[in-house]
Design a protein around this ligand. Sequence first.
Ligand SMILES: Cc1cc2nc3c(=O)[nH]c(=O)nc-3n(C[C@H](O)[C@H](O)[C@H](O)COP(=O)(O)O)c2cc1C
Length: 336
Amino acid sequence: MIDLSSKYMGLELNNPIIVGASSLTNDMDYLKKIEKAGAGAVVIKSLFEEQIQLERFKMQEDQERYKYRHPEMITIFPEMEHPGPKEHLYWLKKAKKDLSIPVIASLNAKNESTWIKYAKSIEETGVDAIELNFYASPKDFASNSKDIEQEQINIIQKIQNEISIPVSVKLSYFYSNILNFLSRVDKTGVAGVVIFNRLFQPDIDIDKEENIFSLNLSRSIDNRLALRYTGLLSENISADICSTTGIIKSSDVIKMLLAGASNVQIVSALYRYGIDYIKKLLEKMEKWMEEKGYNSLSDFRGKMDKKHSKDPWAYTRAQYVKILMNPEKLLEKSEI
Ligand SMILES: Cc1cc2nc3c(=O)[nH]c(=O)nc-3n(C[C@H](O)[C@H](O)[C@H](O)COP(=O)(O)O)c2cc1C
């Protein structure tokens, strides 16, 4: 009997497939389907401080406009205020109440005080854990990496001082030395690290000469960075590693576990193939384990991380140099 059960941040999961934060986890019908299809856990779409700020700003603007056109608005709604994160918090409570699989909240704030305030409110909803989503692509030329990193470490530390549910940190790979930063994050005592977030990447339509804002779904080829860093981090940090971006096929899930991931998160695969695709992933994983004679995930997890791999150099630059020294092999295999 194959046992797919897994642990993540101390939570018991039926299997290592977690549905990552997205619009799919912002809708109860989808969440029910996700649970029914057999996901191990879900991460609810992030609470974004920036979104609340924008909504609040728009509401103030609308009120100002109405004040002049319909002065009675001031007497009818003298102090109409934006509810802030209340709606999202209510949604988290509902998700936790209606689902039996672990529910992980996700937060992305801008200001340190808001990170802490919202994290505390999220804990009160009863969710099982919180993922801190440090989604910030550099937009200015002034801020320097040292200050950005220290600010993030301070936030992670302060949140953990204030709440007691498990905390994970989801990052992009845009750091000068992501290994150094992740080991600093690990030392704050977080229960999990989620590598890596996929940053929003706008495109340009050259006929219309307009920006395109598409879903930007990933493919398996996009998981190589997560694979490499999972292998390098495994056995070097205490936090559980949850690998993400480009986990599309069952072989992608298996690769991440071989490299030392405790679990994976998927999003694009479900947008492409539908929510029931989770069942297929699980079936194929079971089949592979059966063929290999593995009964549980611990039988093969980390078997191919940097420490245990037959070729530990596979994770380092030497391999890259080897490929460059054999350009004819590159030509044979390169695709456009
Ligand atoms: C439509 C959509 C919405 C998303 N919303 C969030 C979000 O609210 N918070 C977050 O941390 N990541 C969000 N993500 C990123 C995903 O959680 C995930 O990290 C990313 O898509 C990479 O995984 P994938 O390759 O399986 O898609 C979103 C992705 C998509 C496609």
